[in-house]
Design a protein around this ligand. Structure first.
Ligand code: SAH
Length: 391
């Protein structure tokens, strides 16, 4: 089954699929998607050992806890909001999306309908004119808390308090509203400046029995149902006990490290994004994890520094972005000589490259377990376990 077969081959395909392009596997039923991902994982990773059966979702819809909508107008002046057509800046109007949280979609559609009454103009990026660029909604699936971020192109937000009140009236489930100012000519959704219009400015959610604070800019896994399965597997492979020392690299808001801290002796987390590190530190406090400490740095620089000081560790969790890790990072891990490295990857191509490098450095690949974190799309997540060889 190729990715190119027609949308007609899936009777449940989304009506927007050909315009939007965000869900590359809409031409396949979910069963077929899983087979496609299994085959793709095997092509790239089989040379390292057996690839386990991919873990899919029971219900592969509306799994995204974070929804981002761009706002604009059609040529005839109609206000639209939704996603950019793949590879372009043309907005595809979305009322409801198969992968997005349904509450978030309803909030975005209601904001769209409220704009004329509040005389809020959408932003026109070609002429650098107007106000509303994006709306971002994050919902804690287990807490039910909802964050709405209104992204404006300038600091003046007309009638912001009245607008917030009207929105809360329509959606009492919203627990915080943030105004984010993003004036630049940029592809980034969020700007640096923020003003809290309602609530605390963050939401909380629970994963694997730990509570996490999530702010507008920090990374949080977008599919919490699959994330729990993924983290449980990561913990199983790590075989932690009260004497284990752990490093959680590319740690985001500290989720993996804090789940590990319940069992391990001590945990050190490292992450580049300062907002995420702030969240990780307050998450450690909220979960009484006195044995977990988080640092803001490039993971490669940080590990090199620890390795140079002669530090050792028992387990390394690493969860880098799509580009994968670096030789500097892996060389330093090897110097710190952990028995186990649990590598979580969202890109099997860079995973294959990095596993190859670990093997040259005397590590052995023991397990490769694909997870479907992003149903309907062609993205594949894998956990891999590496063990130090003892000659
Ligand atoms: N482990 C976390 C986050 C994984 S996403 C979780 O499961 O939620 C990858 C993270 O790597 C992001 O938070 C990103 O900000 C961070 N990152 C990207 N490049 C980095 C680098 N060079 N050093 C440290 N962290 C980095």
């Amino acid at each position: 089954m190729s990715q190119k077969s027609t949308l007609k081959s899936n009777p449940d395909a989304c009506p927007l699929a050909s315009k939007c392009g965000g869900c590359q596997l809409q031409n396949m039923t979910y069963e077929r998607q899983l087979r496609w991902k299994q085959a793709r994982s095997e092509i790239l990773l089989k040379k390292f050992g057996k690839v386990s059966k991919i873990v899919g979702m029971d219900s592969p819809y509306h799994y995204r806890n974070k929804v981002q909508a761009a706002f604009g107008r059609t040529k005839s002046g109609k206000i639209i909001s939704g996603v950019y057509q793949s590879g372009s800046h043309r907005i595809v109007n979305v009322d409801s999306c198969m992968t997005e949280d349904e509450t978030a979609d309803k909030i975005i559609v209601d904001i769209r309908s409220m704009l004329p009454e509040f005389k809020i103009k959408t932003y026109d990026e070609d002429h650098n004119f107007g106000f509303l660029r994006h709306v971002l909604v994050k919902r804690g699936f287990s807490s039910g808390e909802v964050m709405v971020v209104i992204v404006g192109a300038e600091p003046r937000f007309p009638m912001k308090n009245k607008f917030t009140d009207a929105l809360l009236k329509k959606h009492p489930e919203i627990t915080t509203v943030i105004f984010n100012i993003n004036p630049g000519k940029t592809n980034l959704v969020l700007g640096k400046r923020e003003e809290i219009l309602f609530g605390s400015g963050y939401i909380e959610d629970t994963l694997c029995g730990c509570t996490f604070r999530i702010s507008s800019r920090s990374f949080y896994q977008i599919n919490p149902v699959q994330t729990e399965k993924l983290y449980n597997k990561a913990m199983e492979l790590a075989q932690l006990n009260e004497n284990t020392s752990v490093i959680d690299a590319y740690c985001g808001i500290g989720t993996i490290g804090l789940v590990a801290a319940k069992t391990a002796g001590n945990v050190i987390g490292v992450e580049l994004n300062p907002d995420a590190v702030k969240d990780a530190i307050s998450n450690a406090k909220a979960n009484n994890a006195e044995n977990a400490h988080f640092y803001c740095a490039d993971a490669g620089d940080f590990m090199e520094e620890l390795a140079m000081q002669g530090e050792k560790t028992d387990v390394v969790f690493m969860d880098p972005p799509r580009a994968g890790s670096t030789k500097k990072f892996i060389d330093s891990v090897v110097k710190m000589s952990p028995e186990r490295v649990v590598y979580i990857s969202c890109n099997p191509e860079t995973l294959a490259r990095d596993l190859e490098y670990f093997i040259r450095k005397n590590y052995q690949v023991k397990r490769i377990c694909p997870y479907d974190m992003f149903p309907q799309t062609n993205h594949i997540e894998c956990i891999s376990l590496l063990i130090k060889k003892h000659e």
